[in-house]
Write a protein that binds this ligand. Structure first.
Ligand code: GLV
Ligand code: MN
Ligand code: MN
Length: 449
């Protein structure tokens, strides 16, 4: 690019800066949950980088940070480029932030070259893709897509703080959150770059891949209720202990998913015995189940099967089971036209355009309700993610940024250099796009991670 700016090469180092306090809640690891001081610190740093790159920066009611680089005509439709700034507990540094850094670099390259496009470019840092603080995830992209259910504001974290309370304390606007929704008339498309979080690209010796679709997922919370008692005095045959029942449920989920096809996977990522002491038979055991598949139909068949088994396991031990749905997201195909453009951008760099599906969830699957979407995958070491060992190379990040720039140039050409004003339609959405993804349901009053 011009004046020695090497697009994409600093993206990895910037993610590393954000991996430390104050941008992490905990020293020695990266934990940056939604609406925490670490989230606020990361947004402040990003705000500076976005401004330096030539963007005007604002925060919306849902705590999304949005940088805008105007197109040839002010007020043009926007290509939104973004990913999430929150992390899982003790996570990696690149899952999410890398896509934001690459978007900032892309804008800086345009800015330094004095280039304006027929559309605006916006870079968004979503705050809640992981759902690592509250039980459901993607509240921020849902707010932008206009699909956030009001009940999402009532979800509570492990300390009993609701999303509405945390958002207000953060400087967001829970009452006016509907104002964060963007109109399809103002948004041309959404592009997300993300580490693959799997081993396919590395195994095939490829730096980049083009995503075809994102898997359907469901989150359920299960509570098995028994009777708390003394661990020393209650004979084994006279206990109502939900612990062993919970263990059977975990094994049942594993059995159902192992026997399944169509990319079916199931995970119990969180399990809590209450009250939680060496010498107390738990009165209840709560656990999460995350179930995913290529299609909602396959996912739902597995969810139905495990729900039947959970009730049967509890009944056989004279216990009760409560199951609550925390979140459902339909599978989300990427837009075929945009996917072709991305593939051509890779080909221009001499890279094979490996197409692959995503088993991980992404904000792109929520944004698909608003506009056509495309996703670029970047190789990560050993396919390891949601783990501090997550690693990418500077060279792959630079290639990704160049591919994104190529995509943007091709998108400009495909629009025949006509300014994209709000009233003009953008690229056609695939007929396969779900018009409205499944909304979270039954989340009211739930407690979270
Ligand atoms: C996010 O990383 C998810 O796939 O849950
Ligand atoms: Mn993640
Ligand atoms: Mn992610």
């Amino acid at each position: 690019m011009t004046d020695g700016f090497d697009i994409g090469t600093r993206a990895k180092a910037r993610c590393d800066v954000l991996g430390l306090p104050p941008c992490s809640e905990i020293d020695g690891q990266l934990t940056r949950r939604f609406l925490t001081p670490a989230h606020a610190a990361a947004l402040s740093v990003l705000e500076g980088w976005m401004t330096e790159a030539g963007m005007s920066v604002r925060r919306d009611a849902a705590a999304n940070l949005i940088g805008r680089y105007e197109g040839e005509a002010p007020g043009a439709k926007a290509l939104i480029i973004g990913s999430h700034i929150d992390s899982v507990r003790n996570g990696g540094r690149y899952d999410g932030p890398l896509g934001i850094m690459l978007g900032i670099d892309l804008v800086e390259a345009l800015h330094r070259a004095g280039r304006r496009l027929p559309f605006a470019v916006e870079v968004v840092a979503f705050g809640d893709e992981e759902g690592s603080r509250f039980p459901a995830s993607m509240s921020c992209s849902r707010a932008i897509a206009g699909t956030l259910d009001a009940s999402a504001l009532e979800m509570r974290d492990a300390d009993g703080v609701s999303v509405a309370q945390a958002l207000a304390a953060f400087g967001g606007d829970p009452v006016g959150i509907a104002g964060a929704a963007r109109s399809p008339k103002d948004v041309l498309a959404f592009l997300e770059a993300h580490i693959e979080q799997g081993p396919v690209l590395e195994a095939e010796g490829l730096a980049l891949g083009v995503v075809t679709a994102i898997a359907a997922q469901k989150r359920i919370m299960v509570k098995i209720i028994g009777t708390a008692g003394h661990a020393g005095t209650t004979p084994m045959g006279l206990r109502k202990d939900p612990g062993p029942a919970a263990a059977e449920c975990v094994l049942a989920l594993e059995r159902i998913c192992r026997a399944g096809t169509g990319g079916l996977v199931g995970t119990v990522g969180r399990i809590t015995a209450l009250p939680g002491a060496f010498n107390v038979i738990p009165g209840a055991v709560e656990f999460s189940m995350d179930i995913r598949a290529e299609t909602s139909a396959t996912r739902d068949a597995a969810v139905d099967a495990i729900c039947v088994e959970i009730h049967a396991i509890a009944a056989a031990r004279d216990l009760t089971a409560e199951i609550r749905m925390a979140q459902a997201l339909a599978e989300s195909p990427c837009d075929p036209g945009l996917t072709d453009l991305l593939e051509q951008a890779l080909a221009d760099l001499g890279l094979p355009a490996r197409r692959l599906p995503s088993g991980a969830g992404h904000d792109a699957m929520v944004m698909a309700a608003l506009c056509p979407t495309a996703m670029l995958f970047i190789r990560c070491e050993g396919g390891i993610s949601h783990n501090p060992a997550e690693a990418v190379t500077e060279a792959d990040c630079a290639l990704a940024a160049r591919a994104m720039l190529g995509f943007v140039e091709k998108l400009s050409l495909s629009l025949s250099s006509r300014p994209q004003r709000s009233e003009e339609p953008g690229p056609q959405q695939s007929p396969a796009h779900p018009a409205v993804p499944d909304r979270p349901f039954g989340t009211s009053g739930m407690t979270g991670a």
